[in-house]
Design a protein around this ligand. Structure first.
Ligand code: KG4
Ligand code: ZN
Length: 336
C-alpha cells in the first residue's frame, strides 16, 4: 500500500510517501519560518500563498525521493483540519485534484489525531495509551484505545503550550518560532529563578490554561528588567512552569485511567527539557514515556500518510467535496 501524505495545516508544506505502516520512502518538509520570523508569528495570508507556490514542487520531490510515480499511489491522505483555513484548503484542494485525476481514494484526516499516532511510524506501542499532543495550536490529552478509537480527557481552555512559547518570544522580540529559541536560552538558565504560576495544576481535571502564565510572564517583564544577564534564568523558569503543568496533567490522566503508557507528540514534544522531565519523573512514577524523533514531532506528511493508512484499512475514505476545517472536534469528523 503506497500512500501520499500531505500536510499544509500551518506554515510547513509537507509531503511524504509511506509504504504500508513503517516504510517512510520520503518525508519532505518545506519550512516557511524565515518568511514569518520578521513578523514574530505566522501570517495566514502569506502561509497559504506559499503553500500554493510550493505544494506541487514538494509533492514531486517526495515522489522523486521515494522513487515512485503518481500512478503508483494507492491513496492520497491529507490534513482536512484543524489548522489555518487558507493553508488547510491548499493541501486539501491539491489532494482532491490528485485523487480525482488518478481515480484513487481521498482520505481527509484530523491533524491532532495524526500527531497522536505519529509514534507508530517508528515503533510499536501497546494499546491503550495516553497521548499528550502539544503543538502551536493545541494542547490535548487523549486516551487512545486503538487506531481511530479515542477519547479526549483534557484540552486547553485558552492558549496552547506552543502558542505561549511563541507569544513570549514575540513579546521579548527574540525570534520565531519561540519554542526552540526559548529552549536554547533555557539551557544556560536557572529553572527556579522566578516562581511562575502553574495554572490549573492542582485542580482535578486534565485541562490546561496557559494564558494566565503568559500574562504572569508579561507582568514580570514589565516590573523587572530582562537583559542578557538574566534572560536565560527567566526563560528557563517560564519553560519549567509549562513543562511542570504538562507533566502533572498527564500524570493525572494516567491515574484516572490506570493506563501507565504515555506518548508525547506535537512540536513542543521536541523540547529537550520536556523530554528529560517526562522520562525522569515518568520513571519515578512507573510510567513508560515514549516520544517520536523530533522530526516527527513537528508537522510532517508522514504522520498524515500513516493515519490515512489506518483509515483506509477500515474502509474510511472522503468524498471529493470534503470540507476543510479550522477547528475540528476530536473525536468527530470522519471518526472511525
Ligand atoms: O506541531 P507543530 O509543528 O505545528 C502545529 O501543529 O502547531 O508545533 C509548532 C509549535 C510552535 O509553537 C513551536 O514554538 C513549538 O511547536 N516548538 C517548540 C520547540 N520546537 C517547536 N516548543 C518548545 N520547544 C521546542 N524545542
Ligand atoms: Zn501540528
Amino acid at each position: 500500500m503506497l500512500i501520499l501524505g500531505i500536510d499544509t495545516s500551518c506554515d510547513d508544506t509537507s509531503v511524504a510517501l509511506l509504504r504500508d505502516e513503517k516504510e517512510i520512502l520520503s518525508n519532505v518538509v518545506s519550512s516557511q519560518v524565515d518568511l514569518h520570523a520578521v513578523f514574530g508569528g505566522v501570517v495566514p495570508e502569506i502561509a497559504s500563498r506559499k503553500h500554493l507556490e510550493f505544494i506541487d514542487i514538494i509533492a514531486k520531490e517526495a515522489l522523486r525521493e521515494g522513487k515512485a510515480d503518481y500512478r503508483d499511489l494507492d491513496a492520497i491522505s491529507v490534513t482536512a483540519g484543524p489548522g489555518l483555513i487558507g493553508s488547510v484548503l491548499i493541501g486539501l484542494c491539491f489532494a482532491k485534484g490528485l485523487a480525482c485525476s488518478l481515480q484513487k481514494p481521498l482520505i481527509g484526516v484530523n491533524h491532532i489525531e495524526a500527531h497522536a499516532m505519529s509514534i507508530f511510524l517508528e515503533r510499536d506501542v501497546d494499546l491503550p495509551f495516553i497521548a499528550l499532543v502539544v503543538s502551536g495550536g493545541h494542547t490535548m490529552i487523549i486516551r487512545l484505545d486503538e487506531p481511530c478509537r479515542y477519547s479526549v480527557l483534557g484540552t486547553t481552555k485558552d492558549d496552547a503550550a506552543g502558542e505561549a512559547f511563541d507569544k513570549i518570544a514575540k513579546y521579548l522580540a527574540i525570534g520565531y518560532p519561540g519554542g526552540r529559541i526559548i529552549e536554547e536560552y533555557s539551557r544556560k538558565g536557572k529553572k527556579d529563578h522566578v516562581m511562575f504560576p502553574r495554572p490549573m495544576m492542582d485542580d482535578n481535571t486534565c485541562d490546561f490554561s496557559f494564558s494566565g502564565l503568559k500574562t504572569a510572564f508579561i507582568n514580570y517583564a514589565k516590573h523587572h528588567r530582562i537583559d542578557e544577564k538574566n534572560i536565560a534564568d527567566v526563560l528557563a523558569s517560564f519553560q519549567e512552569a509549562v513543562i511542570d503543568v504538562l507533566f502533572q496533567k498527564t500524570l493525572r490522566a494516567v491515574k484516572k485511567t490506570g493506563i501507565p503508557r504515555v506518548v508525547v507528540g506535537g512540536g513542543v514534544a521536541s523540547n529537550g527539557r520536556l523530554r528529560e522531565v517526562f522520562q525522569e519523573r515518568g520513571k519515578e512514577g512507573g510510567l513508560a514515556v515514549m516520544f517520536s524523533s523530533p522530526g516527527f514531532c513537528t508537522d510532517n506528511g508522514a504522520m498524515v500518510a500513516l493515519l490515512g493508512h489506518y483509515y483506509l484499512r477500515r474502509g474510511i475514505v472522503s468524498p471529493l467535496d470534503a470540507k476543510a476545517f479550522s477547528r475540528m472536534a476530536l473525536p468527530g469528523f470522519m471518526k472511525c
